[in-house]
Write a protein that binds this ligand. Structure first.
Ligand code: GDP
Length: 334
């Protein structure tokens, strides 16, 4: 064959391959085919290390000895120490005992099964079907609300969605600039109002801006403290009402709770539940808590699914909650 023809063929092939690679890359960036659900990142099991260590000390011994009355007491103590809650612990242990396990390994399996059953069946996916979808995020100051909003935005953007943050905490002077910093960092847009302005109108403007700009998801930050609790709850109720009227629906109202506060988070949650229709809980700071069992108490006592768990301060440290993996991590190795 003519050497010139061979060179021409090789050059042609290289050009075709290069063009194909560029086209595929572009497609990958502009229209990723990944699922919209959150998220990957850090791991639930790693985030539960502290809880596991504290209850593991109590349980590892119990699960490897001869099964007797003492074993059941130790199991009960460990679950209560992990903040599973008195009522749920009593139910789980009673049901596990009723299964009449023959040895300690059987007892562990029975407890595992009952704990999974206690929190199974909840729908934990974020439901983001609205256009734009609206997520309202509520919770008291300091629980990790702003960081959680940034993490959710980061994950959604990584999934190819566009995100707008609505800075509807007009009460706390620094809230706006903190959210703006995160918006810049993760690549989200932001709509903010005047300091001291009407939060419901910021929420309204955020939704309107997202709709007109064709943005996929609006995440609305809300105040975590006001002059009084009654004011705060009234304000949250108003934001939810205004957004629902405008958008037709609020896709998710997420309550952020701090796992290190354990059972106290339940009392905090009840106050929010009186004013807003919470669709899911985000439990933050699991990595710093020995009370990870509070997930069970939240779901059993409040009837709200834990949808996301914060397991660190980095943007990837927000993980979806899975009952089986959680219980396995909670009970630890034997
Ligand atoms: P906000 O007042 O509720 O908005 O709380 P921030 O988002 O400002 O968070 C308060 C502190 O908690 C910050 O130092 C965050 O980095 C930290 N934080 C938030 N989520 C987590 C988490 O899942 N794990 C850990 N270790 N720290 C977290």
């Amino acid at each position: 064959m003519d050497p010139l023809l061979i060179i021409a063929l090789v050059v042609g092939a290289v050009v075709v391959v290069a063009v194909t690679v560029v086209v595929l890359r572009r497609r990958g960036l502009s229209a990723p085919e990944r699922r919209p659900e959150l998220p990957a990142g850090g791991s639930l099991s790693a985030g539960l290390a502290k809880t596991r260590r504290s209850i593991g000390d109590l349980l590892t011994d119990a699960f490897t000895r001869t099964l007797d009355e003492m074993t059941w007491t130790e199991i009960e103590d460990a679950l209560v120490a992990a903040d599973v809650g008195l009522a749920t612990t009593a139910q789980v242990v009673a049901a596990a005992r009723a299964a009449k396990p023959q040895d300690a390994a059987g007892a562990r399996e029975a407890v595992r099964r009952e704990l999974v059953a206690a929190i199974a069946g909840a729908d934990r996916q974020l439901d983001l079907t609205g256009t734009p979808s609206v997520i309202i995020v509520v919770g008291v100051n300091g629980v990790g609300k702003t960081t959680t909003i940034a993490k959710i935005a980061h994950n959604l953007i990584a999934d190819g969605k566009s995100v707008l943050l609505g800075a509807a905490d007009t009460f706390r002077a620094a809230a706006d600039s903190q959210l703006r910093t995160w918006a810049n960092r993760v690549g989200a847009e932001i709509v903010a109002g005047e300091s001291g302005g009407d939060p419901a109108s910021v929420a309204f403007d955020s939704f309107a801006a997202a709709k007109s700009r064709g943005i996929d998801v609006v995440i609305i930050d809300t105040a975590g403290r006001l002059h009084s609790k009654a004011n705060l709850m009234a304000e949250l109720g108003k934001i939810a009402k205004v957004v629902a009227r405008e958008a037709g629906r609020v896709d998710e109202t997420l309550l952020v709770l701090d796992a290190t506060t354990g059972q106290n988070g339940i009392a905090q949650a009840r106050q929010f539940l009186d004013s807003v229709d919470v669709s899911g809980v985000v439990l933050t700071k699991m990595d710093g808590s020995a009370k990870g069992g509070v997930v069970v108490a939240i779901e059993r006592e409040l009837g709200i699914p834990v949808k996301l768990v914060g397991v660190g301060e980095a943007m990837d440290d927000l993980v979806g909650f899975e009952a089986e993996a959680f219980v396995e991590a909670l009970l630890g190795e034997t």
